[in-house]
Design a protein around this ligand. Structure first.
Ligand SMILES: [Mn+2]
Length: 357
């Protein structure tokens, strides 16, 4: 299919009511559905998936299972699932052949950061990340456009369906929007604010506090200790190698934290988990495009990458001998330094940086 033809299939520009009707038409009469988040899911993708489950069950009478690949590792995300009792299962419990309706949320079929086996095609894709070059490949696609969170899109579907989420789901969607937009500060659009305000009266603020300020294990501080000890600062970038991490989503958390360092615009962290190398990039200048940069850096190293605006991530297969793995990391750093213009700089350990005069 040509680019234009596939783009026309994207429903993103249509009103929520129309999108909902098409979704329900497609779903009605199906035996059972699976809604899949992206791997190592964040609150936005989990909340969106549970909201889609509610819509499919209440409005199309299709029993729906929500599943995720990878692990839920960050303390906030663990607390999110535990405190809100979200009905989600690991993808290892799903037999895809037993379901006749498949949906992806907060990711796209061709992005590759999800666990939908390649021989299955998604019937539904709802995602706020930019539409991939490959275009729309599913019968129902609501992708791209100006949304800071997929949860915002799902709130619009819920409202169109006249479904009121219960306290747990309202809190989940609210936190999904809050986390993805960093408190309505980053990549935030009018619909995000609108959905946030619509949800607010129904959220459980006590639960929200327990999610946002969870207890963390000792290894959390150990990981931060290593991250700070290994961080190197260049004129316009800070880079840290986390070594082996206990959870892949900690890589993004550290990149995010280090992006607050005054001075450099770019923050780049990477670490390995189960034979994969995870890399995460943040940029404080809104005119820069982190997604493009990380794709250029990683494109021929295998694996997958994605992102938008000021945040992006990649996952690369990490195999071979220890020497080969070290060489891959070196190459990654070399390319990254080149891409953000700090090539040739030796850098200073973060711990050795002199305090400002
Ligand atoms: Mn999201």
């Amino acid at each position: 299919m040509s680019r234009t033809a596939t783009d026309e299939l994207n429903l993103a520009s249509q009103p929520a009511k129309q999108k909902l009707e098409k979704l329900l038409r497609l779903a009605k009469g199906k035996k059972s559905a699976v809604v899949l988040t992206h791997d190592n899911p964040d609150p936005d993708s989990l909340a969106s998936a549970v909201a889609l489950k509610l819509i499919l069950e209440k409005k199309a009478s299709v029993p729906t299972l929500v599943a995720y690949g990878g692990i839920i590792g960050r303390a906030e995300n663990l607390a999110f699932v535990r405190e809100l009792h979200l009905p989600v299962v690991p993808v290892s419990q799903v037999v895809f052949d037993e379901h006749d309706f498949l949906a992806l949320v907060d990711t796209q079929q061709t992005i590759g950061n999800h666990s939908l086996p390649a021989q299955f095609a998604a019937d539904v894709v709802i995602d706020h990340h930019p539409l991939r070059e490959e275009g729309v490949t599913s019968p129902f696609a609501d992708v791209g456009r100006d949304y800071g969170a997929t949860s915002t899109l799902l709130v619009e579907y819920l409202r169109a369906a006249r479904l009121q989420p219960d306290g747990a789901l309202a809190t989940a969607l609210f936190y999904g929007i809050k986390a993805d937009t960093r408190d309505l500060d980053r990549q935030t659009y009018d619909p995000d604010i609108d959905s946030y305000l619509w949800l607010f009266p129904n959220i459980d603020r006590e639960l929200l506090a327990r999610i946002e300020h969870p207890e963390v294990p000792a290894r959390y501080f150990q990981l931060y200790h290593a991250a700070i000890e290994r961080a190197k600062v260049y004129s316009d970038a800070v880079i840290t190698d986390l070594g082996e991490v206990y959870s892949p989503d900690m890589v993004a958390e550290v990149a995010e934290r280090l992006s607050f360092l005054e001075g450099p615009r770019w923050s780049f962290a990477f670490g390995s988990f189960r034979s994969q190398l995870y890399a995460s990039l943040r940029v404080s200048d809104k005119r820069m495009r982190a997604g493009r940069l990380i794709r250029d850096v990683c494109v021929d190293l295998g694996g997958s990458s994605g992102g938008h605006g000021s945040m992006a991530g990649a996952r690369l297969p990490l195999s071979g001998t220890r020497a080969q793995r070290v060489a891959l990391k070196r190459e990654l750093v070399r390319r990254f330094k080149k891409a953000c213009g700090v090539e040739g700089e030796r850098g200073t350990a973060l711990l050795n940086l002199a305090p400002p005069a």
